[in-house]
Ligand binder design. Structure first.
Ligand code: NAD
Length: 264
């Protein structure tokens, strides 16, 4: 528990893509920190309602808001709701993301554009809206972007996904520098293999689960709660001198696991 989060009853967090997976885990952890959370969903209203229930059960407050975060008006709706319901905004988490697999020769412009729109343009739009609020109201704001180990590790047949996360890395670093003097911190989280619906099919197949697990020096898949814990730390004043980083939550996946045991 982080005392500064618990004490600040006005803390409001917006979590995009909060209806399942890592977004729900972050929202729930924020609930444990007694925060007020706007949970965004695109189509899964039931999932968002369940996430809101979990936040309230944990001791926080929550409202759900439908919006497509690839759309500027949708993102503005989230800020407006935060201010209307909770009176302010302190933390913004750009979590929503998607992926699909195609050889690059088969990757359609439509699939490329949609992945870039959600994973990179969505991060830009959310960040821009939050920055406008923070600067206008002279707030010590906090932005957390969901990147991936694939901002660093190439991923054949996922070129659009890797490009979007590589974009998130330099976007985070640039904006962190641009707004550092205003006391606005901007950081990324880089999850490795986390047990969420995005991976459900893959991890249900024992062969694929084994292949992925072998890429993790710690030898196991991550729990979404382990990402939620890092988000809470980044949101809190305990990380007050940290900006512009990607904090990998990956069991060591970015440590060149092919070299394990002295190979190479
Ligand atoms: P998930 O599929 O379980 O959840 C993704 C969420 O984003 C869903 O709630 C979905 O509805 C939402 N979303 C997608 N497009 C949206 C849009 N246009 N507008 C609003 N919401 C939208 O996936 P997850 O594993 O929880 O992923 C969360 C984030 O973490 C993503 O950015 C993903 O790229 C990243 N990530 C996940 C892993 C992993 O192993 N699970 C690893 C690295 C990075």
């Amino acid at each position: 528990m982080y005392k500064d989060l618990e004490g600040k009853v006005a803390v409001v967090a917006v979590v995009t893509g909060g209806s399942k997976g890592i977004g729900t885990a972050i929202a729930t952890r924020f609930g444990q920190e007694k925060m007020k959370v706007i949970i965004n969903y695109r189509s899964d209203q039931k999932g968002a309602e369940e996430a809101a229930k979990a936040v309230r059960a944990a001791g926080g407050q929550a409202e759900i808001v439908q919006a497509d975060i690839g759309d500027e008006a949708g993102v503005q709706k989230l800020i407006d709701k935060a201010v209307e319901k909770f009176g302010t905004l302190d933390v913004w988490v750009n979590n929503a993301g998607m992926e699909n697999q195609h050889a690059t020769t088969e990757l359609s412009l439509k699939d490329w554009n949609r992945v870039i729109e959600v994973n990179l343009t969505g991060v830009f739009l959310g960040t821009k809206a939050a920055l406008n609020y923070f600067t206008k109201h002279n707030k010590k704001g906090n932005i957390i972007n969901m990147s991936s180990v694939h901002e660093q590790i190439p991923w054949p047949t996922f070129a659009h996904y890797a490009a979007s996360k590589g974009g998130v890395k330099l976007f985070t670093e640039t904006v962190a520098m641009e707004y550092a003097k205003q006391n606005i911190r901007v950081n990324s989280i880089g999850p490795g293999a986390i047990n969420t619906p995005i991976n459900a099919e893959k991890f249900a197949d024992p062969e694929q689960l084994k292949t992925t697990t072998e890429m993790v020096p710690m030898g196991r898949i991550g729990d979404p709660k382990e990402v939620g814990a890092v988000a809470a730390w980044l949101a809190s004043d305990e990380s007050s001198y940290v900006t512009g980083i990607t904090l990998f939550v990956d069991g060591g996946m970015t440590l060149y696991p092919a070299f394990q045991g002295g190979r190479g």
